[in-house]
Write a protein that binds this ligand. Structure first.
Ligand SMILES: CC(C)(COP(=O)(O)OP(=O)(O)OC[C@H]1O[C@@H](n2cnc3c(N)ncnc32)[C@H](O)[C@@H]1OP(=O)(O)O)[C@@H](O)C(=O)NCCC(=O)NCCS
Length: 160
């Protein structure tokens, strides 16, 4: 586990963060991917930013609270409490920020939807973030098009 660097804060994302979140996302994800900063302010979504000591945005996570299978077959529509994206700007990676963002995301998932047993996410087979997710209690549940579907008990203490 990496020690969290001093001055990093995790807070709810606000609309003014969207441009900065977009820059973080484009620094680590393909430009063709969905622009997850659109989730900020969207109904049924909880979004978090990690900020550095000068308040600039260095990380982002987005959690979908409820399933919406009636709107399409995508995996992310099938599961409530689905972590849609995790991103930390390259210069800030490997300092515990991603883990801290995910802990906060899980904690808020439990607070918002205590009756849902699991929190889910998907991760590509070759992504070393799998280790991070396993450290925080996620288990592989199944495969889909080169990705693992992982889940973690929502009740499990996040303090691991
Ligand atoms: C995954 C990610 C959010 C982790 O953020 P982070 O702040 O580096 O995470 P932490 O410092 O808490 O933990 C580091 C762990 O993340 C994992 N990791 C995954 N990809 C990594 C990368 N490119 N660089 C560093 N760590 C990475 C590793 O398990 C690492 O632990 P290890 O060094 O023991 O292998 C970040 O690497 C990232 O934005 N990656 C690109 C986007 C992405 O793939 N997101 C996940 C999609 S499901």
């Amino acid at each position: 586990m990496y020690p969290l660097v001093p001055g990093i804060q995790i807070r709810h994302a606000i609309p003014q963060d969207a441009v900065h979140v977009g820059l973080v996302l484009r620094s680590v994800l393909s430009p063709n991917q969905y622009h997850y900063e659109r989730n900020i302010g969207a109904q049924g979504c909880l979004n978090f930013v990690a900020t550095s000591v000068d308040h600039s945005v260095v990380g982002f996570s987005s959690l979908l609270l409820d399933a919406s299978p009636d709107t399409g077959p995508d995996v992310w529509r099938q599961y409530p409490l689905y972590v849609g994206v995790m991103a930390v700007a390259p210069a800030w990676q490997r300092r515990g920020i991603g883990s801290q963002l995910l802990r906060r995301t899980i904690e808020e998932a439990r607070r918002e939807r205590p009756h849902y047993a699991f929190t889910y996410l998907e991760v590509e087979h070759n992504n070393s973030a799998i280790r991070l997710y396993e450290r925080l209690g996620f288990e592989k549940l199944g495969e889909n098009k080169g990705s693992w579907l992982m889940r973690r008990s929502t009740q499990l203490s996040h303090d691991i």
